[in-house]
Ligand binder design. Sequence first.
Ligand code: TRP
Length: 338
Amino acid sequence: MTDAASTDTRPVVLSGIQPSGKLTIGNYLGALKNWLALHEQYDTHFMLVDLHSISVRQSPADRLERCYEFIALYLACGLNPERNVLFVQSHVPAHSQLAWILNCYTQFGELSRMTQFKDKSAKHADNVNAGLFCYPVLMAADILLYGAHKVPVGDDQRQHLELTRTIAQRFNREHGETFVVPETMTPPIGARIMGLQTPEAKMSKSEDAETNAIYLLDEPKRIERKIKRAVTDMEGSIRFDQENKPGVSNLMSILAACTGQSFEQISAEYDGGGYGQFKKAVADAVIATLEPVQQRYAEWRNDEAALRDILRDGAQRAQQRAQTTVDRVHAALGFIPA
Ligand code: TRP
């Protein structure tokens, strides 16, 4: 697949996060931190999917604050705008353009089977809007616009990725090779962080229970308190056993991701010392990991003009590439060239 707008020949990576809830240490250890090195091998695109976020109600003032906050956090976590295309979805009109077209290549039955749609429509039963239903189609547009080869996402997005592949293949079959068929890029083992109170389920950024998640902007005292109260078990031993010891295993994952230690090293160092000592070590490691992020965040967040400059530049680069795909799709569909 050639792309006139870019001379970069490396495979393309694209991912995005929705501006809802608050970014957690799970987003950092499971996603953002792993994105940082990808630019060495890939032509990387990271975005904030604000268009997706309107499928669930949120006040415009909250949304605006959250969008700035998330972008400032992307940068504070170390995403470099010179090495990655960083942008906001709504700044690039091609996303909405392609989404409509792909709607016509997606079956009602396929969207009805999406587990996230079923979950969200149960949770927001008073507002099951068409956008919530078509959410995966917009996500497919995000991915296919850039010819992304690899898409780093968590397990909860696998079904959406599968649907994206189906849509791409269907279009290619009908209209000739138009889209790259993307693959999921799985995060490294141990990068899946679970809730502190519900270690059987992923730590969520939109979780209602404050104590279940560690947020990137939590103060050290609060982090310590949350980890102290994290669910463990009665056994008193520090060993990795996701099935029987989900709480302790999750704390081990967090410690491993923060310090680079292996589970064996962690067991050797802390087993026998009791959960209190172990939790203290986890809290210290999390606080040390987040301290520089929080410092850099404060600087970025105070400079909205700088954030907007970065986003403007990112959007320009993104739109240029995305437009070549829209043009190709329009031609494939028999639209008169503009
Ligand atoms: N749906 C994704 C999530 O909730 C966010 C998302 C939107 C995304 N578009 C994307 C992720 C494109 C990867 C690629 O996590």
